[in-house]
Design a protein around this ligand. Structure first.
Ligand code: PEP
Ligand code: MG
Length: 577
């Protein structure tokens, strides 16, 4: 095994941060269940084995829950719910009693059925849940076989593992592990959420590393970029040591600017809000000092709770109260497209029944969500927004339903009417925005989709990702049209696509006249720092010039030169974004 060569692994940036540490490789847990068939007389003993193991696991999970903040306990509850699920128990007991399966094989089969059901959906969120079921199975076998837990040994270690269970994630954040690198794992996995919540830098999905890293190897983890360097050479190490020190200083500096206004050098005030997908992310939003939630995506809640009205109301209300006095823009379910829902398989889903199209077809689901949003607006800081608008008719129809539900509710209880807004993510909406002005209070530009639909480039397809430029002049021109319409008709215009998390994009948006940005929570302070160093006069010129450039690459080059001059440290951290 070649261990001295510097190796670079690329994966998903799960939790930001830059650390240098020593690898601790956790042996993988992929245990094949014993498939032997038990004779009749051994089956009652095996059943007893299963029940005892399950009870011990449940006791341990209950103990684990005790010292956790409420936002994390629900992940443990997920596992408890599986172990207590009547159907699951029935299946396992049947397999042991009637088919003579070993307990581990029976649990494996029962879980595999549920995993396959989730995997069939093709939805990333369900795929992550399926993986969690798998880790629950591995845990179960470890308990059955009385295996030792994978422990954190030593300090300042970076864990390398195939995957980690929820229980292991919780032990990791309660130890002094410096970072986590996983062979697998998705962005919405509970491990990812827990590590992000506790600010443990993490990179997932780096692929098989078994012949690349050993216990004690020096490693560098860049959670900003999703990169892992194993056995760095002396010059690499030196460069990163300096960067780590620099970032420490910078982090202190960022905390110092938390209470300062987000204002350009020539006095333009900018509102920085945050995007969230899950309620747990609110803690980071508050820590970073964001002035509101500019996009609360509700699809993951839908996957977890369905469209239950009460459940939605409770979650929305809680988030909106926490962010008060700032506002929270709740976006109606943007299902369809890449966020497929069961039963809707289409040949070309991004051009199919997605977002508001689906909501208007399944009106009762839309109405339930509207009622939940209306009731959640206790403090008057809630705004409601519809996704994927293409035509004026969709805006009029959605608004009519929104107002009708508000009227019906106000006959029974006191409500405050939230502002009603639309997302501009389809070129036709930007091009006809003037016609929609009378029906909306605000617009939020979703550049992820606007770029996809303007440049005809699938946002998830890595083979054409070289074409995906949210700062392409064609996209910038559409943004400008919306900003101009907002000025003319007095509706607010914000931007919530990934462009707001990209320094090049931020410069251009400010230059085009945008004053409200909603971005990744962990980048709020960083963005404030950038904005406090630039002048509107300068960025207006840059944006104007960018509108007549040929393509996104050219735009990026020009703006990067400006940032290098004003904030070289920011360019360094993200590389070329
Ligand atoms: C967008 O399209 O830019 C957006 C913010 O929405 P989503 O990424 O959820 O499609
Ligand atoms: Mg979108």
């Amino acid at each position: 095994m070649e261990k001295s060569k510097e190796i670079l692994l690329k994966g998903l940036p799960i939790a930001p941060g830059l650390v240098i540490g020593k690898a601790l490789v956790w042996k993988h847990k992929r245990i094949k269940p014993s498939r032997k068939v038990l004779p009749e007389k051994e089956r009652p003993i095996e059943l007893e084995n299963f029940r005892k193991t399950r009870d011990i696991m449940l006791q341990d999970l209950e103990k684990l829950k005790k010292n956790l903040p409420p936002r994390i306990t629900r992940f443990v509850d997920f596992q408890i719910a599986v172990l207590k699920d009547g159907e699951f128990l029935k299946d396992v007991e049947y397999l042991i009693k009637e088919k003579g399966r070993t307990a581990e094989y029976a649990v494996y089969e029962a879980i595999e059925d549920r995993m396959n059901e989730l995997l069939k959906s093709g939805i990333e969120y369900y795929r992550d849940r399926a993986k969690e079921l798998e880790t629950l199975y591995f845990d179960f076998v470890s308990y059955l076989r009385n295996e030792e837990k994978r422990e954190v040994i030593g300090s300042d270690v970076v864990i390398f593992a195939d995957d980690i269970t929820i229980e292991e994630s919780i032990r990791i954040v309660n130890s002094d592990v410096k970072a986590v690198v996983l062979q697998e794992g998705g962005k919405t996995s509970h491990a990812a959420i827990i590590l992000r919540d506790y600010r443990i830098p993490a990179v997932f999905g780096v692929g098989d590393f078994s012949d690349k890293v050993d216990d004690g190897n020096e490693v560098i983890i860049n959670g900003w970029k999703g990169e892992v360097i194993i056995n760095p050479s002396e010059p690499t190490l030196e460069r990163f040591r300096e960067l780590v020190e620099k970032y420490k200083e910078e982090a202190k500096g960022l905390i110092e600017i938390k209470d300062l206004p987000t204002i350009t050098t020539d006095g333009r005030g900018i509102t920085l809000m945050a995007n969230i997908d899950l309620p747990e992310e609110i803690s980071l939003v508050l820590e970073e000092g964001a002035h509101g939630i500019g996009l609360f995506r509700t699809e993951l809640l839908f996957y977890e709770y369905g469209d239950d009205e009460k459940e939605q109301e409770g979650i929305y209300r809680d988030i909106c109260e926490q962010i008060y006095p700032f506002s929270c823009i709740i976006r109606a379910f943007d299902l369809g497209g890449d966020k497929v829902i069961k039963g809707y398989r289409e040949k070309n889903p991004f051009l199919g029944l997605r977002g508001i199209r689906l909501l208007l077809e399944e009106e009762e689901r839309f109405r339930k969500q509207i009622r939940a949003v209306l009731r959640a607006n206790v403090k008057g800081n809630v705004k409601f927004m519809i996704p994927m608008v293409t035509t004026l008719w969709e805006v009029k129809r959605s608004r009519a339903i929104f107002l009708e539900e508000a009227r019906k509710l106000s006959e029974k209880e006191e409500i405050k009417l939230p502002d009603f807004g639309i997302m501009v993510e389809v070129p036709s909406a930007a091009l006809t925005i003037n016609s929609m002005a009378d029906y909306i209070d605000f617009v939020s530009i979703g550049t992820n989709d606007l770029t996809q639909y303007t440049l005809a480039v699938d946002r998830r397809n890595t083979r054409v990702s070289y074409l995906f430029h949210h700062t392409h002049p064609a996209v910038l021109r559409l943004i400008k049209m919306v900003v101009d319409a907002g000025r003319e008709h007095s509706f607010r215009v914000g931007v919530c696509g990934e462009i707001s998390s990209d320094p090049v994009g931020i410069i251009l948006l400010l230059g085009l006249g945008i004053t409200e940005l909603s971005l990744t929570p962990s980048l709020v302070l960083q963005t404030k720092k950038l904005i406090r160093r630039i002048s509107i006069e300068e960025v207006e010129k840059l944006a104007e010039g960018a509108l007549s450039l040929a393509d996104g690459d050219e735009v990026t080059r020009v703006v990067l030169d400006y940032i290098k001059d004003r904030a070289p440290d920011i360019v360094e951290k993200y590389g070329h974004f």
